[in-house]
Structures are given as structure tokens and as C-alpha cells.
Design a protein around this ligand. Structure first.
Ligand SMILES: [Zn+2]
Ligand SMILES: [Zn+2]
Length: 229
């Protein structure tokens, strides 16, 4: 499978079936400037770059990289994007600490048998909801703890369509990650209330229309109703 357009100006440029089995789904927003959401596990960096070029997009416009949380399958490629394009790294401050320390446990790098060097995070979000502007577009970052303490969900309204990026909202949950099921449930309720038209998920692909997004989130709420297994 190659890179693909999810909807106007939004692309899927990497993932388990596209670049490397260890990669999360990697999304790119073309908003005048380019914004990458997550960066994959690292080894697939060059392939992601090639995919972006294949789509005819200009990597010189890549100014921002939002990391939805601190796990290696999402952040591993980030140092290379940062070095090559000077893009600023945006994260929630609670997960940024592990990234800035290069913590092999919290980033789950040791699980994947990968290493992660300490990396500075330029923009550390602290609020429950942060509205960022890229080009002519407002992009909202919601603090949705649960899977990790500093997990972010991102959404934007583009051309009448609400697109939600909900990475690892399915879990897994582990003490080692600092997971919190009660916090996760309220995070999921917040995502449901958005009534997004499209869910760009972190490992299982793209869900639409609105009913499928709702069904996807509710399915996990039901699955973990009695706690994590
Ligand atoms: Zn994760
Ligand atoms: Zn993941």
C-alpha cells in the first residue's frame, strides 16, 4: 500500500502497511504549511520522506510535528525530521519529559528493541485544550490522558468536515506507561462529543462516516467497562 489522501489536504504517509510494521499511522496536513502528526518508529524515516515527495508536497514547508504521545512507534522518526527540516516538536508537557530524557521505558523503546536519544521539545502544551494556527487553519489539540498521561487528540474542521486524529485511543493500558482508565473514559467521552466525521486512528486506519467514528470509540468504552485486562 502506498501513501494516500484521507480527505482534502489530509494524507496518510506512513503506517504498518505502508512503511514499517513497527510504525503507527503517520498523517500529514497540507495547510499552506505542512504539519506532520506522529513520525513512526524511526527506521522508516527515508520512506516517509519519499512518500511525501510522491504526493507532490514540498518538504521545505514542513514546519511542525505534533507528537500525540511519547511512545517510540510515534516518536522514533522525530529527531530526524527535526534535524532535516528544522520543524518544531509539539507535545503535551506530561509526555514531553520522557522524550527530553530519552527514557527507554516510558517511550517503550526497549519493548521495540529500538533506542531513542534525548530530544528537546519546542512547544509543550499544558492546557486542556489548545488552539494552534497553521497557515489559515485552526487546529485544536485536546489533552486526552488515559493511554499515557500526556496523550493528545487533535482535530480540525476543514471544508465542512471535522477530522479527528485519535492515536492509540484503543489502548493498550499499562502501569509502566502511566495509563489511567478513569481518565481515559472521560477522554473518550470528550472525543464522542466532538461528533467527528472522520477518525484518523493510530494503528487501525481511518474510520468514517460519523456513525463509524462513534461506534469505534463506544466499542472500546464497552470493552474496558470492567477495567483493563
Ligand atoms: Zn502508544
Ligand atoms: Zn501506538
Amino acid at each position: 500500500m502506498g501513501p494516500q489522501e484521507v480527505t482534502k489536504d489530509i494524507y496518510l504517509v506512513g503506517g504498518a502497511d505502508i512503511t514499517d510494521p513497527r510504525d503507527c499511522a503517520i498523517y500529514l496536513l497540507d495547510l499552506g504549511e505542512l504539519v506532520l502528526i506522529d513520525a513512526g518508529a524511526g527506521p522508516s524515516y527515508a520512506e516517509i520522506v519519499r512518500n511525501i515527495e510522491t504526493l507532490g508536497l514540498d518538504l521545505k514547508k514542513l514546519k511542525s510535528l505534533i507528537l500525540t504521545h511519547c511512545h517510540i512507534d510515534h516518536i522514533g522518526g522525530a529527531p530526524r525530521f527535526r534535524d532535516a527540516f528544522g520543524c518544531r516538536i509539539i507535545m503535551h508537557h506530561l509526555d514531553a519529559e520522557a522524550v527530553e530524557r530519552g527514557d527507554e521505558g516510558m517511550t517503550a523503546a526497549s519493548w521495540y528493541n529500538l533506542s531513542f536519544p534525548p530530544m528537546p521539545v519546542a512547544v509543550k502544551l499544558t492546557r486542556d485544550e489548545e488552539r494552534l494556527r497553521f497557515g489559515d487553519q485552526e487546529v485544536v489539540c485536546l489533552h486526552t490522558p488515559g493511554h499515557t498521561p500526556g496523550s493528545l487528540s487533535v482535530y480540525l474542521d476543514r471544508g465542512g468536515t471535522r477530522v479527528l486524529f485519535g492515536q492509540d485511543i484503543h489502548g493498550p493500558f499499562s502501569e509502566e506507561f502511566g495509563s489511567d482508565l478513569a481518565a481515559w473514559r472521560s477522554s473518550m467521552e470528550r472525543l464522542l462529543a466532538l461528533e467527528a466525521d472522520i477518525l484518523c486512528e493510530g494503528h487501525f486506519g481511518v474510520y468514517q462516516p460519523k456513525e463509524s467514528v462513534t461506534e469505534y470509540i463506544k466499542h472500546y468504552l464497552e470493552q474496558y467497562r470492567d477495567g483493563a485486562r
